[in-house]
Design a protein around this ligand. Structure first.
Ligand code: IMP
Length: 200
């Protein structure tokens, strides 16, 4: 991990096209003196990695090289124990849209009584000269509900109940999801590194 301080580090490109994730990034990064930019709309990246971290690296490096700015990428997904970790890194490719993905997941778990699952988030910051500056991961344990509950968030949020809360991600406010959730935990792990990079 290269923690050289970037004194000219004032802009950060979020390497994602997912509005739900971008909102969570913006909320988290609002405490840092950074201008947050989106990635170029025409940037298409093949997620060819075999782990969340490998995919996060691929996305952060592609956005940094396309924009000439330091970039932050997340790769995340849902792993279900009964499904041997599926959908995992294929979470976004599990079906054609969020409601079809949820429908497929509930169908796969129809006859199953172990509904344990966890969300993972791998975060990577890369520089335009092809350096990986920081890598961290976060995880949140829970269970897959029998039916969707709640209207906040995105993706699998309505069917993922966080252990010890009785609430799905979709029943939580953004700040609560961020405090307990996989991406929030990864953000927390990222904070000291980001402070050092920014010389704060
Ligand atoms: P990625 O954009 O390749 O990282 O795909 C991640 C996929 O995992 C998303 O499209 C969602 O289906 C799912 N996912 C990741 N994070 C969350 C979350 O916080 N809530 C619900 N679904 C999520």
């Amino acid at each position: 991990m290269n923690l050289r301080t970037y004194r000219d580090f004032s802009k950060l490109v979020i390497a994602s096209a997912n509005d739900g994730k971008i909102n969570e990034f913006k909320n988290f990064l609002s405490n840092f003196p950074l201008v947050i930019l989106g990635q170029p709309p025409d940037l298409k990246v093949q997620e060819t990695g075999v782990s969340f971290m490998e995919n996060a690296r691929i996305k952060a490096l592609a956005a940094a090289s396309a924009t000439g700015e330091i970039s932050l990428a997340d790769d995340s997904g849902l792993s279900v124990l009964f499904l041997n970790g599926a959908p995992g890194i294929y979470s976004s490719r599990y079906a054609k849209n969020d409601s079809e993905r949820i429908k497929r997941l509930l169908k796969e778990l129809e006859l199953c009584d172990n509904r344990s699952a966890y969300f993972s988030s791998a975060l990577c910051i890369a520089s335009p000269n092809n350096e990986i500056l920081v890598e961290v991961e976060g995880r949140c344990d829970g269970v897959i509900t029998n039916l969707p509950r709640g209207t906040n968030g995105f993706g699998y949020d309505p069917v993922f109940e966080v252990d010890g809360t009785g609430l799905t991600y979709a029943e939580m406010e953004l700040n609560q999801k961020e405090a307990l959730g996989h991406r929030g935990r990864a953000f927390k792990a990222l904070t000291p590194y980001l402070k050092r990079l920014l010389d704060l």
